[in-house]
Design a protein around this ligand. Structure first.
Ligand SMILES: [Zn+2]
Length: 118
């Protein structure tokens, strides 16, 4: 599996999450589980989540695994953007870029420094 295959898998996951946005109950259940798994308590929430083995941790025996995924959480993004489409698009863009950073092995501290948040 090349790097390109992994990237394509992630983008497909993002696309289906957005296409199935009307499956609100599924979205809420998935988000609740992800928050619980990560020990995040409301009102803190997530806009997105990368799951997989980042490229820096793939050794020569890496393979035979499902594609990495980036999940984009519609509910929290709509809430943050107060329903404004342009704002939602910007948050989705920033979230996808952030989660792609995790795919390339960057941690949150490093990315926040790059993003100028601290
Ligand atoms: Zn992060």
């Amino acid at each position: 599996m090349g790097v390109g295959d992994g990237v394509r898998g992630e983008l497909i996951a993002v696309g289906t999450e957005l296409l199935w946005g009307d499956r609100a109950d599924t979205n809420t259940l998935v988000l609740s589980q992800a928050l619980a798994d990560l020990g995040i308590e409301p009102p803190d929430t997530l806009f997105g989540l990368y799951r997989g083995v980042d490229v820096t941790r793939r050794h020569s025996g890496y393979g035979n695994v499902l594609p990495d995924t980036i999940t984009i959480y519609q509910g929290p993004i709509e809430e943050e953007a107060e329903g404004h489409p342009a704002e939602m698009a910007e948050i989705v863009r920033e979230t996808v870029v952030h989660e792609m950073g995790h795919y390339f092995g960057l941690d949150d501290e490093t990315m926040h420094r790059i993003e100028g948040d601290c």
